[in-house]
Design a protein around this ligand. Structure first.
Ligand SMILES: Nc1ncnc2c1ncn2[C@@H]1O[C@H](COP(=O)(O)OP(=O)(O)O)[C@@H](O)[C@H]1O
Ligand SMILES: [Mg+2]
Length: 300
């Protein structure tokens, strides 16, 4: 049997470089060789092959893609093509799904996972938003492909919406996606799932002035235990999306008195060295489960 060989592209900031080295070492112990730093940005496709220097990526046993930093359209395009020939973690389809908030909520709802109520409509049907704000009281306008809380706009009343519409209309959007604004305590749960199993959980809290928990929006991370219900919801959400690795964001809706999934992240960051010092201690178990998963998926 020839030696198993995988390609990897993992983020290097925030302690990612060390995580990568640990994964490579553990894979080596299982007889799996890793070609590191394979950024599809520098790959080219030529007839039946996808080439990185002279490496035929389509001949690898698996490709592990874990870098949220810059997934350009080109990288996504090659990701999709490569996954037609070899297994990838996450699979292209599941990753692309989690990159879109509307598609994710649509799939979650159809698999019995509670999300915020939402509505999507064509850009010319802005009157739909008028109708819905009357019903919902407050809502959030969301870009379907955003991250870090960027572009999220809270709409508090009809007058707010009237003011915002001209700006939205100017932006040449294809559609509008809005969610009901959830009454919650401005904290969330980030639940890590690998291969259908719970790996770890932490919390995030919005800063005093903001309603968004994202660290990029001023939020802070804190140690937080999950309960059985939260773990069950997160596992179900990861399964519904088909992602092998997931970070599921969950908040508690105080009106409906239930947990809801806000989004599923296909490249949830490992705990940074500072966060590990705080007590976020799931990195090693996450690494172990990823290595086990790669081992299983490449066994011939
Ligand atoms: N429907 C909502 N109601 C109340 N708060 C929300 C809602 N949607 C998002 N938020 C807040 O905004 C943050 C970012 O939203 P999210 O959908 O996770 O987008 P992003 O991909 O930008 O993180 C969430 O962590 C949460 O704090
Ligand atoms: Mg989020």
């Amino acid at each position: 049997m020839s030696k198993r060989k995988i390609g990897m592209w993992l983020y290097s900031n925030g302690g990612g470089d060390k995580i990568g080295k640990k994964i490579i070492k553990k894979l080596k112990e299982r007889g799996i060789e890793t070609l590191d730093n394979i950024n599809l940005r520098h790959a080219i496709a030529k007839n039946s092959h996808i080439l990185y220097d002279d490496i035929k990526l389509d001949k690898l046993d698996l490709f592990f893609s874990y870098n949220a930093g810059e997934q350009t359209q080109y990288q996504m395009y090659l990701y999709q093509a490569l996954n037609r020939m070899i297994p990838m973690i996450n699979s292209y389809d599941s990753f692309a799904l989690t990159e879109d908030k509307f598609h994710t909520s649509f799939v979650l709802r159809n698999n019995g996972v509670q999300t915020a109520d939402y509505k999507l409509c064509h850009r010319d049907d802005g009157h739909q938003l008028k109708k819905i704000i009357k019903k919902w009281d407050k809502m959030v306008y969301k870009p379907t492909d955003g991250w870090g809380g960027v572009g999220l706009t809270k709409i508090e009343n009809e007058a707010n919406l009237d003011m915002l519409m001209p700006f939205l209309n100017q932006m040449d959007l294809r559609y509008f996606f809005v969610e009901k604004f959830i009454d919650y305590d401005n904290t969330d749960f980030r639940v890590d799932i690998v291969d259908g199993e719970f790996v770890g959980c932490y919390g995030r809290k919005a800063s005093g002035t903001d309603w968004r928990t994202n660290v990029t929006s001023g939020g802070s991370v804190f140690v937080r235990e999950a309960n059985d219900e939260i773990i069950e919801i997160a596992t179900k959400a990861a399964k519904a999306c088909g992602v092998d690795i997931a970070g599921v964001d969950i908040i508690y809706d105080r009106d409906k008195e239930e947990y809801i999934v806000l989004e599923v992240n296909g490249i949830p960051a490992f705990a940074t060295p500072e966060q590990e010092k705080m007590g976020l201690n799931f990195n090693d178990i996450k690494i172990e489960k990823i290595v086990e998963l790669i081992d299983r998926k490449t066994r011939k």
